[in-house]
Design a protein around this ligand. Structure first.
Ligand SMILES: C[S@@+](CC[C@H](N)C(=O)[O-])C[C@H]1O[C@@H](n2cnc3c(N)ncnc32)[C@H](O)[C@@H]1O
Length: 296
């Protein structure tokens, strides 16, 4: 592969290529097929801006040449790079806190009641953060659970599966280190219980998630368009702020697969700007952005 730091790019001799409508359509259709992400609604500028940089790094002439390179790359690495460049990864700790309130007030007490039933073996808790981005979502889920369930805080069987399409964000998630700006959203008590402060290389500081929290989370690359290799059943699935990029058909298919993977009585949480209304699905509506599996 060409050296991205090569002088012709560094010295600005690079001629910005044009993105024709037909090249844009070709790229958008390909990205949709590979990831479900819909770029056709006015995302031409985004595609141009994000891929122009890559074309420059590879010292290619135009979008056509770059697209050929992606589809001929048998390693699949450039496809990963392309999808990484086009996905929107915005996330934060305690984002959309109504889901965490629901966990505290409804979900965890229900689980605790189940645990106290005579003959109960003690529940196992399985949560999937589908499209976890850089990890703030699964780490929040873990901290909220530990803070509100002595059973799971004291070693009860609890695992989180956290997946995303983008290897770039998964590498950040696996490291579990965040700057002061992102840690601002973590309540002070959770910071002191679950994070440690370290000097960063740039002279500032970072917050590192403690090993006892990291230990229960498995980060994996997974494309939501692919058949699900996970056994389940899951008690909770968080799939927030990603379906907004998918079309109705893709969402319907995905939501049906979530339904099959959930435990009876399990919940699906979706993002605040997403909705299942108008789609055919088997879930019971519980509250805005919260759905429950009630049928086999
Ligand atoms: C806006 S972030 C949402 C992160 C988190 N769920 C939240 O609500 O804060 C959307 C994430 O979806 C991921 N994504 C997009 N298409 C995907 C796909 N087909 N399969 C898995 N992840 C995908 C992106 O890489 C990105 O990290």
């Amino acid at each position: 592969m060409n050296d991205p730091n090569h002088s012709s790019f560094r010295n600005n001799h690079f001629q910005q290529p044009d993105l024709t409508d037909s090249e844009y359509q070709t790229i958008a259709n390909f990205v949709h097929k590979e990831s479900g992400i819909n770029l056709l609604d006015g995302k031409k500028e985004l595609v141009r801006a994000r891929l122009t940089k890559r074309i420059g790094q590879l010292q290619m002439k135009n979008f056509k040449q770059y697209f050929q390179f992606v589809i001929n790359d048998t390693t699949g690495d450039e496809l990963v790079f392309l999808l990484d460049a086009l996905a929107t990864n915005l996330t934060s700790f305690w984002r959309e806190p109504q889901h965490f309130d629901f966990m505290i007030k409804t979900f965890l007490p229900e689980l605790e009641a189940k645990r106290r039933r005579p003959g109960s073996e003690g529940p196992r808790l399985r949560i999937w953060s589908a499209a976890c981005s850089s990890g703030e979502e699964p780490y929040t889920i873990a901290m909220v659970t530990f803070d509100n369930s002595p059973f799971f805080a004291n070693g009860g069987d609890f695992r989180i599966l956290a997946t995303d399409l983008s290897t770039k964000v998964l590498n950040i998630a696996k490291k579990g280190q965040y700057g002061p700006e992102s840690a601002k959203n973590v309540p002070p008590l959770s910071i002191s219980r679950f994070m440690t402060k370290h000097q960063s290389e740039s002279g500032g500081y970072i917050w590192a998630i403690k090993p006892e929290v990291r230990r229960i989370i498995s980060f994996r690359r997974f494309n939501l368009m692919d058949p699900m290799p996970f056994k389940g059943p899951m008690d909770l699935i968080f799939c927030r702020n990603v379906m907004i990029y998918f079309d109705r058909e893709t969402i319907t298919r995905l939501v049906d697969r979530f339904h099959n993977l959930l435990e009876l009585g399990g919940y699906l949480f979706i993002g605040h700007s997403e909705s299942l209304s108008g789609l055919t699905h088997k879930f019971q509506y519980v509250a805005p952005c919260i759905y429950r599996r009630i049928q086999k």
